[in-house]
Design a protein around this ligand. Structure first.
Ligand code: ADP
Length: 161
């Protein structure tokens, strides 16, 4: 049985993230979407909120679950018995970052492979930061994130469309 860990900040989860998780679940027996509890980033949503958004989004999807973690990603993968780390790739700047991270992870534990999914062409332009910015400026994010995430963003920024 192959468990795949899909780690990230997911601040908030977008349709691009979910597309990757669903595609990973077609390849692996179990996909654990893991919300990193303390990224060195300014977060808009709390860990509990980011987890809840994902949990609602994956309801009814088989073989995908959501967890949270606060350690090195490779250590968390070891802890849950994951032999694969899933990441998404949108462009060359993602590649540079992911390539470096993968080399570091490989150095820490050569038995864990990083598997990168090319972003769905419909979501290549999509990032959590763009979604946050659009919502903050009163724009419509309904095509980019699940409905409940869009509602939470509108509540956060007190916009009404
Ligand atoms: P991190 O802070 O770890 O980069 P993110 O939540 O921003 O966390 O992203 C998690 C993973 O999902 C990363 O591998 C990122 O490249 C990927 N990703 C982000 N947006 C998309 C998208 N629109 N399509 C496919 N993959 C994506």
């Amino acid at each position: 049985m192959t468990v795949a860990l899909y780690p990230g900040s997911f601040d908030p989860a977008t349709n691009g993230h979910l597309d990757t998780a669903v595609r990973a679940a077609r390849l692996f027996d179990e996909v654990v979407i893991a919300v990193f509890d303390r990224p060195m980033k300014n977060l808009l949503f709390s860990t509990a909120e980011r987890v809840a958004f994902l949990q609602q989004a994956i309801q009814g999807l088989p073989r995908i679950r959501v967890e949270t973690y606060a350690t090195l990603t490779v250590h968390y993968a070891q802890e849950i018995g994951a032999s694969v780390i899933v990441r998404g790739l949108r462009d060359v700047s993602d590649f540079q970052h992911e390539f470096q991270m993968a080399q570091i992870n490989q150095t820490i534990d050569p038995d864990i492979d990083v598997v990168v999914f090319m972003a769905n062409r419909k979501f290549t332009f999509l990032s959590s930061s763009a979604v946050r910015e659009i919502a903050a400026l009163g724009g419509d994010v309904s095509g980019f994130v699940p409905h409940h995430v869009a509602q939470a963003l509108y509540r956060k920024f007190q916009t009404r469309l």
